[in-house]
Design a protein around this ligand. Structure first.
Ligand SMILES: Nc1ncnc2c1ncn2[C@@H]1O[C@H](COP(=O)(O)OP(=O)(O)O)[C@@H](O)[C@H]1O
Ligand SMILES: O=C(CO)[C@H](O)[C@H](O)COP(=O)(O)O
Length: 426
């Protein structure tokens, strides 16, 4: 394959839990353009929305930049998956990252996968595939893909390709770079995607895409990653012991570690990042619960009235609906939002305090399980801008909490593609 030498810009696209963003960077990593489309959680479950959003994000990039894009990579929410037919048309609506219908196949899965495996969760990609395989629409299915895989297919036209970040919760073995035997022996095995290292060049954009969006004909599409790993890549964290908390709709913890840690009882798993491990877990607590009660303006105004040095006595487990994945892996865990004070400042204080407590519990757990000791926490996501919350969180941690250098996951995905193109050129 020829790698585009003369184009200066790289495009990263992020499909998160509340919308999608695109970031164009130059060869030194400076942001040249950003586009954003917010979506309701209902719209995010519509496959037509995914396609329209992807194309609108690209269309909104200034033409002058678009004509010089050398590579594109896409990240999506981890474990958001779909089945499609031989030409890539979805055969059923996608299952979102937090869809727990796989709970009905968990017992079956336990008989297949080794004990304590990451796939043994109601929301894992493999639980979803197994559940889908028992639905009537399955007969038309040829490929099982993650959100990022399918969106990239719209650009490069190749089906059945994923990356080892997205494929972790499908059961892909990131230590030995293969699907384990217990998985390849299953009847669903023919649907499993081929797995590449994140950032690997898959193909150039199709002629149709290049023409429609005025992209260079040799613009490459690279294998993607997940939204929280993209946020980690954007943060500037590089050393073992550095961590990123993504305070978006959900709260995702990622601690860079020399050692790999796995414990499915607590929803702890490790992604591969080069020669290191990105240990962590994803909780359903986070900004989505705050949004149930407050607008973003209220969050700002009420937060300023909280004294972050005083601990709130309220002990909540904030969830929008029953079920969490980490640090309590229980698809039935009930939300705990009582007692609810009349005073909104006190209520918000209790919520922010409780989420900070869950974050602290999460990092404690990772270290107890053997991850490299925590040295510094970068913060990404909508909650990162809340300085009151940072001060509350700081009370729990003896290490500095700093804002990520770049908070957009799309920026991390652009970096992933840029590094891949650069290493291919050298
Ligand atoms: N000032 C704030 N304090 C705390 N949380 C906030 C604040 N502003 C926005 N948020 C939360 O940030 C979330 C959106 O963050 P974002 O990173 O855009 O989300 P996503 O994970 O969906 O991509 C919302 O759920 C919202 O509740
Ligand atoms: O909660 C999420 C949705 O925003 C995250 O995508 C997620 O589950 C984190 O997964 P991973 O560690 O595989 O990136």
């Amino acid at each position: 394959m020829l790698y585009p030498a003369s184009h200066n810009y790289t495009l990263g696209i992020d499909f998160g839990t509340s919308g999608a963003r695109a970031v164009v960077i130059d060869s030194t990593g400076i942001v040249q353009a950003e586009t954003k489309i917010s979506m309701t959680s209902d719209a995010l479950t519509q496959i037509s929305t995914w396609e329209n959003t992807l194309f609108s994000l690209i269309e909104q990039i200034p033409l002058k930049l678009r004509q010089q894009i050398n590579a594109i990579a896409i990240d999506g929410t981890s474990s958001t998956v779909l089945l499609c037919n031989a030409v890539g048309t979805p055969v059923a609506p996608p299952l979102m990252y937090n869809d727990a219908r796989g709970v009905t196949v968990l017992e079956q899965l336990k008989a297949i996968a080794p004990p304590n495996h990451t796939v043994l969760s109601a929301t894992s990609s493999l639980a979803k595939l197994l559940w889908l395989s028992q639905q009537p629409t399955f007969t038309d299915a040829q490929y099982f893909l993650h959100q990022a895989d399918w969106l990239a297919f719209l650009l490069h036209g190749k089906l059945g390709i994923s990356d080892y970040h997205n494929a972790l919760k499908l059961g892909y073995d990131v230590e030995y770079f293969c699907y384990p035997l217990w998985l390849t022996e299953l009847a669903i095995a023919p649907l499993l995607p081929q797995v590449l290292a994140p950032g690997t060049v898959v193909a150039t954009v199709t002629l149709e895409i290049a023409t429609r969006f005025n992209l260079p004909r040799d613009c490459c599409v690279c294998a993607g990653t997940t939204d929280s790993i993209a946020a980690f890549l954007a943060s500037g964290a590089t050393f073992p012991g550095e961590a990123v908390t993504s305070l978006g709709s959900t709260m995702v913890l990622k601690l860079l570690s020399h050692t790999r840690v796995e414990n499915n009882q607590y929803g702890v798993y490790s992604h591969r990042l080069g020669d290191l491990w990105l240990t962590g877990g994803a909780s359903n607590t986070g900004g989505a619960v705050l949004q149930q009660f407050f607008s973003n303006t209220e969050l700002q105004q009420l937060s300023f009235q909280i004294d972050p040095q005083q601990a709130s006595p309220l002990d909540y487990y904030p969830l929008s609906k029953p079920g969490d994945r980490f640090p309590v892996n229980d698809p039935h865990l009930p939300p705990r939002l009582e007692p609810r004070p009349d005073n909104l400042v006190e209520f918000l204080h209790g919520l922010l305090e409780s989420i900070a407590r869950i974050e602290h519990q999460g990092y404690q757990l990772l270290q107890q399980l053997g991850a490299t000791s925590l040295m510094r926490i970068y913060t990404a996501g909508g909650g990162a801008a809340n300085i009151t919350w940072t001060a509350i969180r700081q009370r729990y941690f003896g290490v500095p909490i700093v804002a990520s250098k770049e908070t957009e996951a799309a920026y991390g995905t652009a970096l992933l593609a840029m590094r891949s193109i650069n290493s291919n050129r050298n």
